[in-house]
Design a protein around this ligand. Structure first.
Ligand SMILES: Nc1ncnc2c1ncn2[C@@H]1O[C@H](COP(=O)(O)OP(=O)(O)OP(=O)(O)O)[C@@H](O)[C@H]1O
Length: 263
């Protein structure tokens, strides 16, 4: 699996008839089983990039390819998880996870087995027959992840997936996502503006500058030595963590400064 963004630009129609340049000349690559995080100040174009990879929006210039094929629309090879809870309230957890498989005509017994597997992977087996309304926010988000994984995408696209969760649930979800990447071998491309989350989760961090978004830094956190840790505190105490956090905070501050000077 290789996702390749080559010189991507995106402009939107502006409020007064002109155009707004959201991102400019963005190039980066994501390899198989990589956890890649898009990080940057608000409005730098993170969601725009994710939506174009999902095929929900088209680049104005440049090309995005997945294994050499140009992305020109949504496809089953890419599964999207949004910040808002997107489960169907009238379906149980199991029915939600089976939904995409049912649409594709997967036989009932296989549907059930695959759903059970992914429900187990997100630790919801006891709630398989419950409806989303009895679940907490974190549990609902785990349903969304299981439902997306059940469709067997090559790459999981997550847009601020834990943004609506409380701090404790959030770090449990970060750890669970790393466990899922390890267990399934899937690639994850995730948007966040949380520096700590990005350093804990990422094999690669694409740091975008503010408006129009460009790649200001493509960071492979060397202190992790190519490994992943299952417990967040084990990463926070590694030598090198604090330095990287400080460097990224400086990048963020420079971007804030750039805006103040431009204003
Ligand atoms: N459909 C659209 N029409 C017009 N402008 C848009 C559209 N979508 C995004 N933009 C603009 O593109 C820029 C990037 O937006 P985007 O939502 O991708 O940023 P972001 O980095 O995800 O922000 P945040 O962290 O606040 O969610 C912003 O200036 C935004 O106003």
């Amino acid at each position: 699996m290789r996702l390749k963004l080559e010189r991507i630009g995106k402009t939107f129609p502006g409020p007064k008839g002109g155009t707004v340049e959201a991102i400019r000349d963005v190039s980066f690559e994501v390899g198989g089983n990589e956890v890649c995080v898009l990080l940057g100040p608000s409005g730098c174009g993170k969601s725009t990039i994710l939506r174009m990879v999902a095929g929900l929006d088209r680049p104005s210039s440049g090309t995005i390819t997945l294994d050499g094929r140009v992305i020109d629309g949504p496809g089953r090879d890419r599964g999207m998880v949004f910040q808002a809870y997107t489960s169907f309230d009238w379906l149980t957890v199991r029915q939600n996870v089976e939904y995409g498989l049912r649409l594709r005509g997967v036989a009932a017994s296989e549907r059930r087995d695959r759903a059970a597997h992914f429900i187990d992977l997100v630790h919801l087996t006891k709630f398989a027959d419950s409806y989303p309304k009895v679940l907490s926010g974190g549990m609902k988000q785990r349903v969304a992840i299981a439902r997306t994984l059940a469709n067997d995408p090559e790459i999981l696209l997550m847009d601020e997936p834990f943004g609506a969760l409380d701090a404790e649930t959030r770090w449990h979800m970060q750890e669970l996502s790393i466990a899922i990447a390890e267990e399934t071998g899937k690639t994850i491309l995730m948007v966040t503006h949380d520096i700590e989350e990005s350093i804990f989760m990422a094999d690669r961090i694409i740091f975008l500058s503010r408006h129009p978004g460009t790649v200001a830094a493509n960071i492979v956190p060397a202190f992790k030595q190519g490994r992943r840790w299952s417990r967040k505190e084990d990463v926070l105490e590694l030598p090198g963590y604090a330095e990287l956090e400080r460097d990224i905070m400086r990048l963020m501050r420079q971007q804030a400064g750039a805006e103040t000077e431009a204003a």
